[in-house]
Design a protein around this ligand. Structure first.
Ligand code: NAD
Ligand code: ZN
Ligand code: ZN
Length: 368
C-alpha cells in the first residue's frame, strides 16, 4: 500500500512528508493505522544527527497509538479493530529478561530493531523499490506502520487514542520510574529533577504511590506550576544550591527517593547527593550526551545511597501500558494537562520547533 510519512532524509534538515510504500505484515507482524503520535525528544535527537547510532533515510516517530488494520500469519496477541499503543520496548514474554520480574529490557528483537529492521532482518518500508529502515521498531510519524505483535500494547477501545499515545514513551517513563523502578513507598519524601514530560510523569507516579512530600525542581516557573497540578507539594527553581536546600527541607538527611529527568549529568549528580543517607534511592531516567560520565563520591554509596537507571519506566509494556491507560480512564492521571499542541503530520517540523522553544510539554500529531 501507499501511505504518507515524515522521512528523515538528512541529519539536521527538516523532515519531509512524502508517499512511501508499506508492505503487508509478515508472520508475527501487524499493520496498524495510526490515529495519533506524540513528538518526543528522541525523535529530535536522531533528526539532529546527535545520536551516534542514528541513520537516514528513515521514518521517525515512536509515541504512537492506533487501530489494528490487518495481521500477518500466526498473530494471536491482537486482531483487526483492536486499539493499540506502540512499544519501542517490546515484551516477548519468553526471553530470559521477560521471564524475570527484575527488568523490562526484552531481548527478543533488540539487535534487528537497533539496526532499523523488523525481526526477520528486512524492512516493510520502501520508496521506488529502495528499502527504507524503520526507527525504534515503530516509525509512527506515518499514516500506517507494520510492527511485531510483541511490540503492541492492546488498550481499552474507550480510551481516546490522542491521549493514549503519550503512554508509548514519555509519560510511562516518568510514571514507571516512580511506580515500577523505584517502587516508591507510601509516606515517602521524593524529589523530582526536571518537569518535562518525564519529570511530570514521575511526580504523578510518586503521588499515585502515596508519597507524602513531592518536591519538583526545574528552571521554568511555568513547568513548576504544572508539577503542582500533578501533585508536587513543593517546587523549587534549580541552581547550584539545590542539594543544600533539599537537605535543609529534610532535617539534613535528604529524600527517600530522587528522580532525574533532565538528561544533564550535573543534575544527575545533584539527584544522587539529594538522596537520603541510609536508604535513599536515586533513579536516573534522563539520557546524557554521548561520552558524558556521572561523577559520584563513593562515600555517598557506602553510606547507603543507591543509584539505578530506568528505561521506559521499567514497564513491561504489553502488560503495564494497558494498566496505566486504565488508571488514566479512572481519573487517576491527568493526561490533558500535558498536551499543548495538536498538529497534522505536515506540521511535524513545527512539533520540533515547539519542543526546542520549550513551548508546552507535548505536541501530538493527529492523523484524522
Ligand atoms: N529512560 C527513558 O526510557 C527515557 C524515555 C524518554 C525520555 N528520556 C529522557 O528523559 C529526559 C527528560 O525528557 P523530557 O521529555 O521530560 O525533557 P524536557 O526537556 O521536556 O524536560 C527537561 C526539564 O529539565 C529542566 N532542567 C534543565 N536544567 C535543570 C536543572 N539544572 N535543574 C532542574 N531542572 C532542569 C528543564 O527546564 C526541562 O523542563 C531526557 O534526557 C530524555 O532523553 C528517557
Ligand atoms: Zn520518547
Ligand atoms: Zn522478551
Amino acid at each position: 500500500m501507499r501511505m504518507r510519512a515524515a522521512v528523515l532524509e538528512e541529519f539536521g534538515a527538516p523532515l519531509e512528508v512524502q508517499e512511501l510504500e508499506l508492505a503487508e505484515p509478515q508472520a508475527g507482524e501487524v499493520l496498524v493505522r495510526l490515529e495519533a503520535c506524540g513528538v518526543c525528544h528522541t525523535d529530535l535527537y536522531t533528526a539532529s544527527g546527535a545520536d551516534p547510532s542514528g541513520y537516514a533515510p528513515t521514518v521517525l516517530g515512536h509515541e504512537g497509538a492506533g487501530v489494528v488494520e490487518r495481521v500477518g500469519e500466526g498473530v494471536g496477541l491482537v486482531q483487526p479493530g483492536d486499539h493499540v499503543v506502540t512499544l519501542f520496548s517490546p515484551q516477548c514474554g519468553e526471553c530470559i529478561h521477560c521471564r524475570s520480574p527484575k527488568t523490562n529490557l526484552c531481548l527478543a528483537i533488540r539487535e534487528q530493531q537497533n539496526k532499523g529492521y523488523l525481526p526477520d532482518g528486512t524492512t516493510r518500508l520502501s520508496r521506488d523499490g529502495e528499502p527504507i529502515r524503520h526507527f525504534m521498531g515503530t516509525s509512527t510519524f506515518a499514516e500506517y506502520t507494520v510492527m511485531p505483535e510483541i511490540a503492541l500494547a492492546k488498550v481499552s477501545p474507550d480510551a481516546p487514542l490522542d491521549r493514549a499515545c503519550l503512554f508509548a514513551c514519555g509519560l510511562s517513563t516518568g510514571l514507571g520510574a516512580a511506580m515500577f523502578t523505584a517502587k516508591v513507598e507510601p509516606g515517602s519524601t521524593c524529589v523530582v529533577f526536571g518537569a518535562g514530560m518525564v519529570g511530570l510523569g514521575a511526580v504523578a507516579g510518586c503521588r499515585l504511590q502515596g508519597a507524602e512530600r513531592i518536591v519538583c525542581v526545574d528552571l521554568s516557573e511555568d513547568r513548576l506550576e504544572l508539577a503542582r497540578g500533578q501533585g508536587a507539594t513543593d517546587v523549587m527553581v534549580g541552581g547550584d544550591d539545590t542539594v543544600d536546600r533539599i537537605l535543609e527541607m529534610t532535617d539534613g538527611f535528604g529524600a527517600d527517593y530522587t528522580f532525574e529527568a533532565t538528561g544533564l549529568v550535573a543534575v544527575m549528580a545533584q539527584a544522587v547527593e539529594a538522596a537520603r543517607m541510609g536508604w535513599g534511592l536515586c533513579t536516573i531516567a534522563g539520557v546524557a550526551g554521548k561520552g558524558e560520565t556521572l561523577d559520584i563520591v563513593p562515600r555517598l554509596l557506602i553510606t547507603g545511597r543507591r543509584v539505578c537507571g530506568s528505561s521506559f519506566g521499567g514497564l513491561k509494556g504489553r502488560e503495564q501500558v494497558p494498566q496505566l491507560v486504565e488508571r488514566y480512564q479512572r481519573g487517576d492521571i491527568d493526561v490533558d494537562a500535558f498536551i499543548s499542541h495538536n498538529l497534522k503530520l505536515d506540521d511535524v517540523n513545527r512539533g520540533f520547533e515547539l519542543m526546542e522553544a520549550q513551548d508546552g510539554i507535548r505536541s501530538v500529531i493527529r492523523f484524522s
